[in-house]
Design a protein around this ligand. Structure first.
Ligand code: C5P
Length: 239
């Protein structure tokens, strides 16, 4: 696949045009960032791991009827996806108290929530991606009430599928962040990535962290943790 024009370069990915205006190429980079870009490192092999894990998860979701922008993985660190216009919201689903939730409401990390919850954050670097309410989304014109309902319903459906999938691999899905976009027909599609960069994944037995918290909190080798996730998921596929 010939890389067309570089359309966008973010903290973890580059997006290139392709010969088809409806399709873009996503290249996963070896960079790790945290705390809104304040902590930064290059970690060899991270891009490939995240691309492979995301591709595998999008394929699993597709197999259970949940479509996304994902088309196919074309290289260890590259995938083709449908071009969408991204809705400027981060949709976070939580099963277990951790991270900013624990800090905000004072619930100790590790406590299982009564039921999964969905939160919305406004994708705006200058504001530091703040938590926002559905009324804020409406006032800012970020998404319609109907679209917000679809985002919530899809996020919980994805959570159900992923929680089961990770559980079969001996991993607890604590929380994760999703992004959605609209395709040329106005259809809402799951977009971006689902990887240890965007999920909290704990070993079911030891509760060892196998996600970006290893980098954020300096708990050891990030690539070793991500490799474990990929191996466990591949193990399921080969079973
Ligand atoms: O930091 P917080 O507890 O709000 O994160 C919730 C989940 O969303 C975590 O799995 C985290 O990795 C993910 N997240 C993300 N990108 C962000 C913020 C959070 O992937 N910008």
């Amino acid at each position: 696949m010939v890389h067309g024009e570089l359309l966008y370069e973010g903290k973890a990915k580059r997006i290139y045009a392709t010969e088809n205006p409806e399709i873009v190429l996503v290249q996963y980079k070896d960079s790790a960032t945290a705390f809104n870009g304040k902590k930064f490192a290059t970690i060899e092999g991270k891009g490939q791991l995240n691309n492979q894990i995301t591709s595998l998860l999008f394929q699993e979701l597709r197999a259970s009827g949940i479509d996304s922008h994902f088309i196919e993985q074309i290289a260890k660190n590259e995938q083709l996806v449908k071009r969408v216009s991204v809705i400027p919201l981060e949709v976070v689903v939580r099963n277990v108290a951790a991270g900013s939730f624990s800090k905000r409401v004072g619930m100790e990390e590790g406590i299982r929530l009564k039921h999964p919850i969905v939160e919305f954050y406004y994708k705006d670097d200058a504001l530091g991606d703040p938590l926002i309410t559905e009324d804020h989304i409406d006032i800012l014109g970020l998404a319609s009430e109907e679209d917000v309902a679809v985002l919530k319903k899809n996020a919980l459906q994805i959570n159900k599928k992923l929680t089961g999938l990770f559980a079969s691999a001996g991993i607890k899905l604590v929380d994760f962040k999703l992004e959605f976009g609209k395709d040329s027909k106005g259809q809402i599609l799951l977009a971006d990535e689902i990887s240890p960069d965007t999920c909290r994944l704990w070993d079911e037995v030891s509760n060892a962290k196998l996600d970006k918290d290893v980098f954020r909190r300096e708990l050891g080798s990030l690539t070793e943790a991500y490799k474990k996730i990929l191996e466990k998921l591949e193990g399921l596929q080969n079973a």
